[in-house]
Ligand binder design. Structure first.
Ligand SMILES: *Cc1c(COP(=O)(O)O)cnc(C)c1O
Length: 388
């Protein structure tokens, strides 16, 4: 057993990060100050998006996106079951209904053929939109999803919590950065410490639409606006604001934004390090026929939030690694089998591909500060397990 167990993910905080936070603590604004817009602008530039809205976590961001896109009771939305609960819960917060669509057995993303089957099997107008997740950091080909969505009049929320810094290639050979929101309507990112960029709690919503941007901004702060162009009344005076919708307080603080700005400046280095770690796992596990390593493709950049393997005896390997100080994790138990969603009638056997994936998946340690020695230890322990 190691003195310090190796987690599956971990934040990386530098002296520069700490200095940036301290500087903000000494400034005039702890919240609603200039760091928010600076973080939004820099993040928008990073993912090549037109608009970005900082929020207090990605769950709030998903709720804002679903609200801005008009989800309400009676609206039905198609969601991938291979994700964290928040990707589907945001639809339920708005009173909408969730239909789960099975995943592709290679990429673990929503299977676009199954999505097309669901859409064709229902009358036009049954579904309002889809929520897709760039699972583990594997970016969607959003051109294909957009075409299908347009044929059926659907909007797209892309939950890219796993994929800041990823890109994919469109049919013209152009690289499209995940979250540029030229294909999805809204893209949502998380800055939880296990994700690429850590602010403690935090998130960002990107969009290409001015109309959606205005709605996201309105709902982020209680539905209140001071924007003269949006006010119903005229010439009330400089103090005047209006609450125009029932919104929320989903603001990020300046303290967190300062940390985010500092973290963002190292984001590319983090992605590069994740590629190296993935390559070393690919090579180090290649001789084990029991281990299925993640799908790779030439025309994408995988962001590798997670490095997920599939093995026949997952429970035994998980327990063995834990005993040896390697805190591998399971992402995720499929959402449709959670007690909450079972209440809608979902049951074992409904989505066979994701259920099979879940029986075999294991996420190995993957974060930029994982040392070569630690990674070699993980690889050696997996070999030891299969040599028994
Ligand atoms: C982490 C995560 C979320 C939630 O992020 P928070 O910032 O913790 O609210 C949502 N979706 C996915 C896919 C995630 O990984």
């Amino acid at each position: 057993m190691r003195e310090h167990p190796i987690p599956y993910g971990r934040q990386h905080i530098t002296d520069e990060d700490i200095a940036a936070v301290v500087e903000t603590l000494r400034s005039d604004y702890l919240t609603q100050g200039p760091k928010i817009k600076e973080f939004e602008d820099k993040f928008a530039a990073y993912v090549d998006a037109r608009y970005a809205v900082a929020v207090n976590n990605a769950t709030a961001g998903l709720h804002l996106a679903a609200t801005a896109l008009g989800v309400k009771p009676g609206r039905r939305v198609i969601v991938t079951p291979m994700t964290f609960a928040a990707s589907a819960n945001c639809i339920r917060y708005c009173g909408g209904e969730v239909t789960f669509c099975d995943i592709d057995p290679e990429t673990y993303l929503m299977d676009i053929r199954k999505l097309a089957e669901i859409l064709e099997a229902h009358p036009a107008g049954t579904f309002a939109g889809i929520v897709i997740v760039d699972f583990a950091g594997y970016p969607h080909n959003l051109e294909e999803f957009r075409k299908l969505a347009d044929r059926h009049g659907l909007w797209i929320i892309e939950d890219a919590c796993h994929a800041p810094g990823a890109w994919w290639t469109d049919s013209n050979g152009r690289r499209q950065r995940t979250g540029n929101s030229r294909f999805a309507d809204c893209t949502v990112f998380s800055f939880h410490p296990v994700k690429h960029i850590a602010t403690g709690e935090g998130g960002m919503v990107t969009t290409d639409s001015k109309e959606l941007y205005d709605r996201l901004m309105l709902y982020r702060t209680h539905g209140i606006t001071r924007d003269p162009a949006m006010l119903h009344a005229t010439d009330e005076g400089g103090w005047y604001y209006e609450m125009q919708e029932l919104g929320y307080n989903y603001r990020l603080t300046d303290i967190q934004a300062a940390l985010g700005i500092s973290q963002l400046s190292r984001a590319d280095a983090g992605i590069e390090r994740r590629q190296e770690i993935a390559r070393r796992y690919d090579e180090g596990l290649a001789d084990l026929p029991q281990v299925k390593t993640p799908a790779r493709a030439e025309d994408i950049l995988h962001a590798f939030h997670l490095y997920v393997i599939q093995v026949p005896d997952r429970r035994a390997l998980y327990d063995f690694l834990r005993k040896e100080g390697v805190l591998a994790q399971v992402h995720y138990a499929p959402l449709h089998l959670m007690p909450y969603y079972r209440r809608d009638g979902w049951k074992e056997g409904d989505l066979p591909v994701v259920e099979d994936y879940y029986r075999h998946c294991l996420s190995l340690p993957m974060y930029p500060t994982l040392t070569d020695e630690e990674q070699q230890y993980v690889i050696d322990k997996i070999h030891e397990f299969y040599a028994r």
